[in-house]
Every structure is written in structure tokens, then in C-alpha cells.
Design a protein around this ligand. Structure first.
Ligand code: ADP
Length: 257
């Protein structure tokens, strides 16, 4: 599925056949592909392709805090650096991190902090570097989802994974997983994140207009869609460990000969 509309917004966000512009139904997710442990120098990493988004997340830590004055004597700290590459959007994005990237880094950090046991790591930092190399709507959500997997890959003790996606309203209809054009030209956009250990929403942003009844419905659609993504996250982690197990078994059987 490739649909990248540049600077002009279409009049309608649904086609004649009732499908969304990229051919999806209202409650259908974009295709998602996840790989774990893709970067050799990071303690943990994940790569996610989510529709046209392509994102790497790399985790380091627990490690010494630089600059030292940021260290806390009673707990570890979590630092998130979300960056969009200059070539990740159709318009050249300034290379220096802007206000949007700083805000998104903070949001992702707030979503992930509750799942960590930072009190066990005084004086140290966990750092998560997120590079968006292709962007098409919902990058903060895809980044949060990938970052929680990179933490798991790093072997960091966690209460659970986190899943995030954007839901909202376009041309008066409720939809899940907004694409870039739906995010910009739609009526409402709600990025949300769910922490699975307590089944709670740890992020809810809201941009647009929606009544309370719609809000109730969209949150329940969001939960259903998030649980499908959660299954994909678990499957991606299992795949990595099955590959390791196969490699170990192969080595062992080679060693026995
Ligand atoms: P999110 O990616 O989390 O939805 P935004 O709502 O801020 O965050 O952005 C929506 C989409 O707009 C992004 O995914 C990206 O495709 C596009 N976008 C964001 N920043 C820029 C930019 N500086 N230039 C061009 N497009 C951008």
C-alpha cells in the first residue's frame, strides 16, 4: 500500500466504494511489520514499518548519565530522543530537533516510564534513540510501540509492553490508525497508548472535535485495534527468541559431531 499525498488535501477522505483513500475499512489497521534486534551496537533495538512509516528504536542502558547533573540519587532516569530524518517527509525537514520533536520525545518518555522499574537503577540512565526515516502519520505512536519492544530486546525488566496508535474521525466517521493525510485533513485525531499490565491508557492526546458518545466508541475501537498490534509485538519478540534457539540448537548439534 503506497499512498503519499503531498501538499494538497483531497475533498473527501472516503472513496466511492466507501473505503478510505488507501483502501482500508474504518476499523482496519495499516500493514505492520516488526523486527527485533536489528542494530548490533545498541543494547536492544526494534524496527517497525507501519503503513508508510519506517522507524528504528535503539535502547542503551542502564548506563552512566551524561551530563552528570541529570542523574538522580534515588532512581534511574529515562531519556527519549525522537528524531525525524530530513528526508523523512516530502518537504526537507530542518536537521536540528525542533519543538515538535522535543514534545514527542517527552510524550513517549511519559508513556514508557510507568512500565519501567526505575527505582532499581539509581544514578543511571536508560536512553532510547528513535529515528523516523519515513513518516506518514502516527509516528509518535509507531515510535512508542517500537521503543517498548527495543526495551524488551535490551532485557530491561518491564511491567509490560506498551502499544500505541492514533484513532479519530474523518469526514464524520470514526476510524482507527489515521494515515498522514487523514491526520491533517480529518476532523479529529487522538493518539493513545495502552500499558498492558494494568490495562490503562497512558497517553491520550486530542486534536479536533468529537462528542462524548463518539469518544466512548472510539476508545473501545482503539482498545480492539491495540490488542491486534499487541499480538504482533509479542509474535515479533517470540520470533527473535525462536531464531536464537534454532541457532543454539544448530551449534550444539554441530558441536556434537
Ligand atoms: P505524528 O507523526 O505522531 O502523527 P504529527 O501529527 O505532528 O505527528 O504529524 C503528522 C504527520 O505529518 C507526520 O507523521 C509526518 O508525516 C507529517 N509531518 C510532521 N512534521 C512534518 C514536517 N516538518 N514537514 C512535513 N511533514 C511533516
Amino acid at each position: 500500500m503506497v499512498l503519499l499525498i503531498k501538499d494538497e488535501y483531497p475533498e473527501k477522505l472516503f472513496r466511492e466504494d466507501g473505503k478510505r483513500l488507501d483502501g482500508r475499512g474504518n476499523l482496519e489497521l495499516r500493514p505492520i511489520k516488526i523486527e527485533i534486534g536489528v542494530l548490533k551496537n545498541a543494547d536492544g533495538s526494534a524496527y517497525i514499518e507501519w503503513g508508510n512509516n519506517k522507524i528504528f528504536a535503539a535502547v542503551f542502558g542502564p548506563r552512566e548519565v551524561h551530563p552528570h547533573h541529570l542523574a538522580k540519587p534515588d532512581k534511574g532516569i529515562l531519556r527519549v530522543f525522537y528524531r525525524m530524518a530530513t528526508y523523512s517527509v516530502w518537504e526537507r525537514k530542518r536537521p536540528a530537533p525542533g519543538r515538535r520533536e522535543k514534545e514527542i520525545s517527552m510524550i513517549i518518555s511519559d508513556c514508557l516510564e510507568p512500565i519501567l522499574f526505575l527505582e532499581l537503577y539509581p544514578g543511571t540512565a536508560f536512553e532510547i534513540y528513535i529515528e523516523v526515516i519515513d513518516a506518514d502519520g502516527g509516528t509518535r505512536c509507531a515510535s512508542t510501540t517500537a521503543a517498548s519492544l527495543a526495551l524488551a530486546d535490551a532485557g530491561v525488566p518491564m511491567r509490560s509492553l506498551v502499544t500505541s496508535l492514533a484513532v479519530g474521525k474523518i469526514d464524520g466517521e470514526l476510524v482507527v490508525d489515521l494515515s498522514g493525510i487523514e491526520d491533517k485533513a480529518g476532523d479529529a485525531d487522538l493518539p493513545i497508548a495502552i500499558t498492558w499490565y494494568n490495562d490503562e491508557i497512558s497517553l491520550l492526546q486530542f486534536d479536533g472535535v468529537m462528542d462524548l458518545e463518539e469518544m466512548d466508541k472510539i476508545l473501545s475501537f482503539a482498545k480492539d485495534a491495540a490488542s491486534k498490534i499487541y499480538d504482533m509485538q509479542k509474535a515479533a519478540l517470540k520470533k527473535k527468541y525462536l531464531t536464537i534457539q534454532e541457532d543454539v540448537l544448530k551449534q550444539q548439534s554441530g558441536g556434537d559431531k
